[in-house]
Design a binder for this molecule. Structure first.
Ligand code: AMP
Ligand code: ZN
Length: 486
């Protein structure tokens, strides 16, 4: 493999050289959405970040099996086996079957990710489709002595597990402090230890989604689905496990515990966590009520928005931050991203119009290398964007006749933009969908040419100024007239 990629591993708290277990194959598991409501923009940030990682690993030649689950059962409102079932509650509210809720929001999730031009994962397994695998795993954990039954519910025994393994390996917390800070749950004293969590939960008479198990009728806990499905599709040990940072302390900590208690191995070599999208410094979340829905952002129909922003502007805004940095939402930041994205796309549109010379004022290889190095350094997309702006400056200066580029360097420049803008970042030229606009403008440009030939300067100026007012700039050169968005 030509590229050495360094990835920050939450588990070891440092960047490590990425060495897949079965190179060139890579197994990557990412915790997907809980499909009981619309995904908000924060969720999208996490999935766009992992799309970037998936795309880059493929770009450098790895054969990636990317598994991203759909949580469609077993997610209670509280993190600690308490509260209502999210799906049942929503089903009641919308007067639908729980599986209608699942279907509705899974389709909505797919639509949103398609708008952001993310690639579909290789496998998208659902919790409800893997009840048998989860029951089998719970049986093994019990057989190994790390879980116990209490009134039809199965709990993971954190105390017993901690005697052999490190329960706080992912977060580096102190177990004693965690115990001291964990509140006792009223009515849940069937748990032996405060940190114990449910693997299987006994159904109540009103429970809608339930299955038969060796311990009676019930449903799986939230954490076991990811352990069971990652092992099924990627093996007991695989390369990368990812999700949002908020998942590390409970969900991923419990996943590690379950996998070790079942098969005695830590499941993922590298644990990757994306940072949160915030609004005025507060994490965007469904429960905080500050979660923009993507369509609200596109239309501008939200009290916190001054106007709408296109999907690619929003995606570009996200790529302008490193995936491990927080990203705060603001109208000003999105405005700046909108300008930056337009600048980049205008430059990309001009490449095909550049005329090569015998000599070249630029060498593209160092620029390409800097892009590769940035991506190899824990997927540093903001640094790549700075380099792409440098490439845009080169394009503009050649187009304006201020500098020269040779045929070979021009070919390299085209390849660079194709690779990073479209293949690795998955951006799209939103205007190129608009073939009609292009045809109309070509017609208008032709009418202006005729007007000029007829010395009808009033009409030709009216066309130029009128277009300028609409944000479209005409540029005349020896080869003819081109247009670009201002
Ligand atoms: P959920 O549907 O709540 O289970 O979340 C799906 C994914 O989105 C998880 O990986 C979360 O960690 C992630 N996520 C939730 N809120 C945010 C946020 N504000 N910023 C980035 N990622 C988030
Ligand atoms: Zn998960």
């Amino acid at each position: 493999m030509e590229n050495t990629i360094q990835i920050y591993n939450t588990l070891t708290r440092k960047k490590e050289v990425f060495e897949p277990i079965h190179a060139p194959n890579v197994g990557m598991y990412v915790c997907g959405p809980t499909v009981y409501s619309d995904v908000h923009l924060g969720n999208c940030r996490t999935f766009i970040s992992f799309d970037l990682i998936f795309r880059y690993l493929k770009y450098v030649g790895y054969k990636v099996r990317y598994v991203r689950n759909i949580t469609d059962a077993g997610h209670l409102e509280g993190d600690r086996d308490e509260g209502d079932d999210k799906f049942a509650k929503r089903a009641k509210l919308e007067q639908l079957e729980p599986m209608e809720i699942v279907q509705k929001y899974t389709l909505g999730f797919h639509d949103v990710l398609r708008i952001f031009n993310t690639l579909p994962p290789s496998i998208e397994p659902t919790a409800t489709g893997h009840i048998i695998e989860q029951i089998e795993m719970i049986k093994e954990i019990m057989a190994n002595g790390y879980a116990y039954e209490a009134n039809g519910t199965i709990y993971f025994d954190v105390d017993k597990y901690s005697k052999t393994y490190n329960y706080t390996i992912l977060t580096n917390r102190n177990l004693e402090d965690m115990l001291a800070n964990t509140r006792e749950l009223g009515g849940q004293d069937e748990k032996r230890g405060r940190l114990d969590f449910a693997l299987w939960i006994k159904a109540k008479p009103e429970t809608l989604m339930k299955w038969v198990s060796p311990w009676g009728v019930g449903f799986p806990g939230w954490h076991i689905e990811c352990s069971a499905m990652s092992a099924k599709y990627l093996g007991k040990e695989f390369d990368i496990h990812g999700g949002g940072m908020d998942l590390a302390a409970t969900h991923h900590t419990n996943e590690i515990a379950q996998s070790e208690a079942c098969s005695h191995v830590q499941p993922a070599r590298i644990w990757m966590h994306t940072n949160m999208l915030t609004v005025n410094g507060t994490r965007m979340s469904k429960s905080a009520g500050n979660g923009f829905l993507p369509h609200e952002l596109f239309s501008g129909d939200h009290p916190l928005l001054t106007k709408g922003f296109s999907p690619m502007t929003v995606k570009f805004f996200m790529l302008q931050a490193h995936y491990r940095s927080t990203l705060d939402f603001s109208n000003d930041a999105l405005d700046a991203s909108e300008k930056g994205f337009k600048r980049l796309m205008n430059a990309v549109a001009l490449i095909d119009k550049l005329v090569a010379s015998d000599a070249s004022d630029f060498e593209i290889e160092p620029l390409r290398l800097r892009c590769v190095q940035a991506m190899n350094d824990d997927f540093n997309s903001p640094v790549v964007i700075a380099e792409l702006f440098e490439a845009s400056r080169i394009i503009n200066s050649v187009y304006d006749g201020k500098a020269k580029i040779s045929v070979e360097e021009l070919a390299k420049l085209k390849q660079l933009m194709q690779d990073f803008v479209f293949e690795v970042f998955g951006l799209m030229n939103e205007d190129s969908n608009n073939g009609e606009l292009n045809s109309v403008l070509n017609l208008v440009i032709d009418i202006r040419k005729t007007a000029k030939e007829n010395k009808d300067y009033a009409t030709s100026d009216r066309i130029r100024v009128g277009l300028q007012e609409m944000g479209i700039q005409l540029k005349d050169s020896k080869e003819g007239t081109n247009w670009s968005k201002i």
